[in-house]
Design a protein. Structure first.
Length: 363
C-alpha cells in the first residue's frame, strides 16, 4: 500500500494492559518501517458496558470473544477512514493456526496398536469414582485422543477448536435437552474430512468452509459495520485463494514452521522478529475478566432462575464451571463467555421487549 499510495497509509492498532494480549510494539515496527500515519490505543474495556453492544449488533449467539478487540479497533479506525483492509484468510490459505500442528501430533496416536488403546480406555473407565469426579474432563479428553483413528476425524479436530466437546455437553445438558438433541453438532464437520488425505488437511478444509465464513468474516463484518466502517479482506481474493489451495501442505509448513511459505515470501518486507514470533490470536483478557469485573455479572446471569428455567444446562454444572474458573483451578473462560452471550441473546432477542429494553445499549 505504501508503494502505491500518494500519502502515508493510515494504520490502527489496539492493545491491552495485560502484556500477554498486547501486540502494539510489533504494529509499531511496521508503522515505523513504512512511515504510516499510525494510531494506537491501549484500551481497558468496560466489559459490562460493551457486552450488550455486541449482543445487540450481532443479533445471534455469537461467542467469539475476539469480537471485543475487533469492535474497538473498528471504532478508532472509523475516526479517520471509511474503508479498512484486514488480513483474514492468511492462516487458512497458508496453514498458520497452531491447531494444525496439534492435529499432526494427534495423528501420531494412529500408530499405537488398537489393543493397547483399548487397554488404556478400559483402565480409564475403571478408575475409582472420586478420581473420575475430580479429573473427569481431563480423562474424557485423553480418552478421545487415545481412540485415535478409530474415532471420527471431526471429533479429533474439535478437540483443538471447540468450547464444549460432546462429552461436556452430555455432562452439562439437562435431561430434556439431551433427549431433544439427536446426534452431534460435529456431524456438520465430518464431510470435510472424508476426502482429506490427512487429519491436518481435513482440519484446514473444515476451517475454510466453516470457521472462516461463519466466524471470522461475520465477526469483522458486524464489528466494523457497527461503526459504519467497510472492511475488506484482500487475502480472500478468490484467484489468490484458489492458487494457494494448489500448494502442498509440506511446502506451506516446511520445516515444521506454520505458514512457512507465506513468511518466507514476506521476509523482504517485514522484520524477522515479527514474522517468526509465536503466533497470537486477536484475543482479549476474558479469562481475567471472569475473575474480576465480570465475576458478579456471570454468577448473577448464568445462575439466575431465568437462565435455569430455559432447561438447557444444569445449574450445578454451570456453577461448577464458574467456581473452578474463579478459583483458578482450571480455565473455562471460553465456555463461560459462550454461555453468557447465549443467555444475554435470549434476554435481548427472545424474551420480549421488557428484557430487551433493559439490555439494549444506548445509541
Amino acid at each position: 500500500m505504501s508503494e502505491f499510495c500518494s500519502g502515508p497509509v493510515k494504520t490502527f492498532s489496539i492493545g491491552f494492559p495485560n502484556k500477554e494480549y498486547d501486540e502494539t510494539r510489533y504494529a509499531r515496527m511496521v508503522a515505523k518501517r513504512y512511515s504510516t500515519d499510525h494510531e494506537e490505543m491501549i484500551v481497558e474495556p468496560d466489559a459490562i458496558a460493551v457486552i450488550p453492544k455486541l449482543v445487540w449488533h450481532y443479533g445471534e449467539p455469537f461467542a467469539d470473544s475476539s469480537a471485543v478487540p475487533t469492535y474497538y479497533v473498528s471504532e478508532i479506525a472509523r475516526r479517520k477512514v471509511t474503508v479498512a483492509l484486514n488480513g483474514d484468510g492468511g492462516d487458512e490459505a497458508f496453514m498458520g493456526y497452531g491447531r494444525y500442528d496439534t492435529c499432526r501430533r494427534l495423528s501420531t496416536f494412529d500408530w499405537i496398536p488398537a489393543a493397547f488403546r483399548g487397554s488404556v480406555l478400559n483402565v480409564i473407565s475403571s478408575l475409582p469414582n472420586f478420581v473420575q469426579r475430580y479429573y473427569g474432563n481431563q480423562l474424557a479428553a485423553f480418552a478421545e485422543l487415545i481412540r485415535g483413528a478409530e474415532g471420527r476425524a471431526s471429533q479429533r479436530y474439535a478437540f483443538t477448536i471447540t468450547y464444549f466437546m460432546d462429552y461436556m455437553k452430555r455432562e452439562g445438558y439437562t435431561q430434556d435437552m439431551s433427549e431433544f438433541l439427536a446426534g452431534s453438532a460435529l456431524d456438520l464437520l465430518e464431510p470435510y474430512f472424508e476426502q482429506a488425505a490427512t487429519l491436518v488437511s481435513g482440519a484446514n478444509w473444515a476451517d475454510i468452509h466453516t470457521y472462516l465464513p461463519d466466524d471470522l468474516m461475520v465477526k469483522v463484518d458486524v464489528a466494523s459495520m457497527a461503526h459504519s466502517l467497510e472492511s475488506r479482506s484482500p487475502l480472500l481474493d478468490h484467484v489468490f485463494m484458489e492458487w494457494a489451495m494448489t500448494i502442498p501442505e509440506s511446502i506451506k509448513t516446511a520445516g515444521g514452521v506454520s505458514k512457512a511459505l507465506f513468511k518466507k515470501a514476506m521476509e523482504p518486507y517485514l522484520p524477522h522478529e515479527l514474522l517468526y514470533r509465536p503466533k497470537m490470536g486477536f484475543g482479549c483478557p476474558v479469562d481475567h475478566w471472569f475473575r474480576a469485573e465480570l465475576k458478579d455479572m456471570a454468577y448473577d446471569v448464568l445462575l439466575s432462575e431465568t437462565a435455569t428455567a430455559r432447561g438447557i444446562f444444569r445449574k450445578d454444572y454451570v456453577e461448577q464451571l464458574l467456581d473452578e474458573h474463579v478459583s483458578a483451578r482450571t480455565s473455562h473462560h471460553t465456555r463461560l463467555w459462550g454461555l453468557l452471550m447465549l443467555e444475554l441473546w435470549f434476554r435481548m432477542w427472545i424474551d420480549g421487549p421488557a428484557e430487551a429494553a433493559v439490555l439494549r445499549p444506548a445509541a
